[in-house]
Design a protein around this ligand. Structure first.
Ligand code: SAM
Length: 662
């Protein structure tokens, strides 16, 4: 375990080292302040005090006025009932100081779901409904942007939470206005960001010398140099480096790597700085070296640190209204009556609510037990929104336990059509069935097959969701064991399983579907091996499918090139979500349209040549049925055989093949 991971309370000062592309001076005032904060090394306690006084000050502000037009922006006509307001207020009947104490005790750990098992990656959605918010420890969430995706730009810095409105108490009366105001503010900030960036870029061109002086100043007069081999040995012999030294070293390495030519020590290479940074990341955040590097490679240097930092912070607690039982406004009203402080998640969902505080266990309210909502991570809404099931359709949810997405699909189908909710893990289908019953889904058939048995079990679906088993690198804040228990081999085997499952998902869709013909592939992982590589593989192996827009309003584009690999250009239609950008779990979503296949022209035992009709043209393409590329598969098959032998107590032969490329 790393320093940061071991010692979560109190936390060391967050190492938020967003590398400014320009000096603070060159940014606008608002921006400059935030950059200063990020680079100032203040004692932990002081940081905490500042947070508290900020909260305290904000509590004094008046409520935002009601939206006169009764706007339904983000809300569906929440009733402004004075009695209700008074009652809801009485549930929060505490002095300001007591409220602050409560915030101090807020502990999001209790909201975390079960561990993300390696091969049966759980979404940690609602296996553990005993959730109490607001009566425990202060959440680290309070240091993060609180609103999920309200911004016009994914890259805009939404961490400026000093605005008074953000911290005023939320009531039924002011929620619609708050939501609207936040959206407006976000749009304004995004515009301001663009303007500031442009000005800063201009200023940077003119002011290079000045910038150099500032670079020197930032080191507090102590020029930073990498430790020598002897110094590192001494550090290790003393039981590892001091946490403050590591913090500073990481900050400095990021800074040097940002302006290498100018700031690097003479005779030191870029890779020396990167290796030092990686080693410090592993020890500070508690990752194994392999995973630290794998995740680090996904981002520019400074952004990588933001990602690692975000993994130390819990994501907001969110619930999904079950529209089979209630409406969001009625649910919100009922929960506010019970002392729950909440607001709509964002414009992109009309069923999600974000819970800020609660004086009751969110997983045990009468409304929860009556199936009015599902405790569900905001990111988990995304694949179902992308799937967009239509009433009366036949849908397969291929890896569905514990049923967060199945029940969402059932609700969008309005209990018409049919959902086959499958999961290979029989034990997990118990919680799936329980959720299906609790939420009143009458159109769901629960089954337990290995997904790779579809479409032999049953096929011809209008839509298929494959929320694949994955490594869980997107949900490290929920399950920190991922940091140390994933090896290169795990990723190889998982990617292979995902590739097999995705072909079976595609083959389970009816290209003749009148209303659908879609597959959505999703994971709660951020690695390219489990996402773009799998989707690209599917495009290569199934020429009758193409990627289409996910319909999701936000999210970064999927990679089309990554570390020397080129993927199909249409991979840019897929979407990536990150904790440090979107304040939600790391997630990936791809949507395929399954086109008609032509007749089988020639069949061999393993490979069939088929004609594929594409815009009137007949294309001859190679199509696999249930087999895979032999050479590509050999390492996986060998590994599987070794595991089978081990399980039977036999000694497997030594490995003969080279590592599989995923
Ligand atoms: C990410 S979780 C699914 C979460 C679920 N979609 C939800 O929203 O609640 C992945 C699931 O895949 C299941 N699984 C693993 N291997 C499988 C396989 N070969 N076939 C079908 N399901 C599998 C696991 O048991 C696990 O429940």
């Amino acid at each position: 375990m790393g320093h940061r991971a071991k010692n979560k309370q109190p936390a060391p000062q967050p190492l938020d080292v967003t590398q400014p592309t320009q000096s603070p001076k060159k940014l606008g005032k608002r921006k400059a302040e935030s950059v200063d904060d990020k680079f100032n090394s203040r004692p932990v306690k002081k940081v905490k005090d500042q947070t508290q006084s900020k909260q305290k000050g904000n509590k004094k502000k008046k409520s935002a006025p009601l939206d006169d037009e009764g706007s339904t922006d983000g809300w569906e006509n929440v009733v402004d009932d004075a009695k209700l307001k008074a009652y809801a207020k009485s549930l929060f009947n505490k002095s300001e100081e007591e409220e602050l104490d409560d915030l101090d005790e807020f502990n999001d750990d209790e909201l975390r779901g079960p561990a993300q098992a390696f091969d049966f990656g759980s979404d940690a959605e609602d296996d553990e409904p005993e959730v109490i918010i607001g009566k425990t420890k202060k959440s680290k969430q309070s240091e993060r942007p609180i609103k999920i995706i309200p911004t016009a730009s994914d890259d805009s810095d939404s961490s400026d939470d000093s605005d008074d409105d953000d911290n005023e108490r939320i009531t039924m009366a002011n929620m619609a206005a708050r939501s609207k105001a936040l959206d407006k503010k976000a749009a304004a900030e995004a515009a301001l960001d663009v303007e500031e960036m442009q000005q800063a870029a201009l200023a940077e061109e003119e002011d290079d010398d000045l910038d150099m002086d500032e670079d020197e100043e930032e080191t507090d007069g102590q020029p930073f140099r990498l430790p020598t081999a002897e110094e590192k040995d001494a550090e290790n012999n003393a039981g590892g480096p001091d946490v403050h030294i590591v913090q500073r070293r990481m900050r400095e390495c990021v800074r040097v790597l940002g302006k290498f030519k100018r700031l690097a020590e003479k005779g030191r290479s870029r890779s020396e700085y990167i290796n030092q940074l990686l080693s410090d990341i592993s020890s500070y955040y508690g990752y194994n070296d392999f995973l630290a590097e794998k995740l680090f490679q996904l981002f520019p240097v400074a952004e990588a640190i933001e990602f690692f930092e975000a993994n130390e912070v819990s994501r907001p607690v969110t619930i999904r209204t079950n529209t089979l039982r209630t409406r969001r406004r009625d649910l919100a009203q009922a929960l506010i009556n019970r002392g729950v402080n909440l607001e709509p998640i964002g414009k992109w969902t009309n069923v999600g609510l974000q819970v800020f505080e609660s004086s009751v266990p969110i997983g045990a309210t009468p409304e929860y037990l009556a199936g009015h909502y599902m405790l569900q991570a905001a990111s988990s809404f995304l694949p179902v929104i992308a799937l967009s099931p239509q009433p009366n359709e036949r849908v397969l949810d291929m890896a569905s336990a514990p049923g967060g997405k199945t029940t969402h699909i059932a609700a969008l189908l309005q209990n018409t059509g049919i959902v086959f909710a499958n999961d290979a893990n029989k034990a997990r289908t118990k919680s799936l069935s329980a959720n299906v019953h609790r939420l009143g889904c009458k159109n769901v058939v629960v089954c337990s097959y290995d997904g790779r048995e579809f479409p032999k079990v049953i096929g011809g679906f209008d839509r298929v969701l494959l929320d694949a088993p994955c490594s869980g690198t997107g949900v490290i804040s929920k399950d920190s064991s991922v940091k140390v228990n994933k090896s290169e081999r795990d990723f190889t085997l998982l990617a292979h399983l995902q590739k097999q499952l995705i072909l079976c998902a595609i083959d389970s869709v009816s290209p003749d579907s009148k209303t659908g013909g879609y597959v959505v592939y999703s994971t709660c992982s951020v690695t390219v091996d489990e996402n773009e590589s799998v989707v690209d593989y599917a495009l290569r192996k199934r020429p009758n499918v193409k990627l289409v827009d996910t319909g999701l309003e936000f999210g970064r584009e999927g990679y089309t090139k990554y570390r020397g690999k080129s993927f199909n250009a249409s991979l840019s239609l897929t979407r990536r979500f990150y904790p440090h950008v979107h304040n939600m779990d790391g997630f990936y979503v791809a949507k395929f349209k399954v086109e008609k296949r032509g007749k089988v022209l020639k069949a061999t035992p393993e490979v069939a040549l088929v004609g594929i009709e594409e815009e009137g043209e007949k294309v001859v393409a190679e199509e696999e049925t249930v087999t895979f590329d032999d050479a590509e598969d050999r390492p996986y098959l060998e590994e599987a055989k070794r595991r089978r032998m081990k399980a039977k107590g036999l000694k497997p032969p030594p490995r003969t093949t080279v590592k599989a490329s995923t």
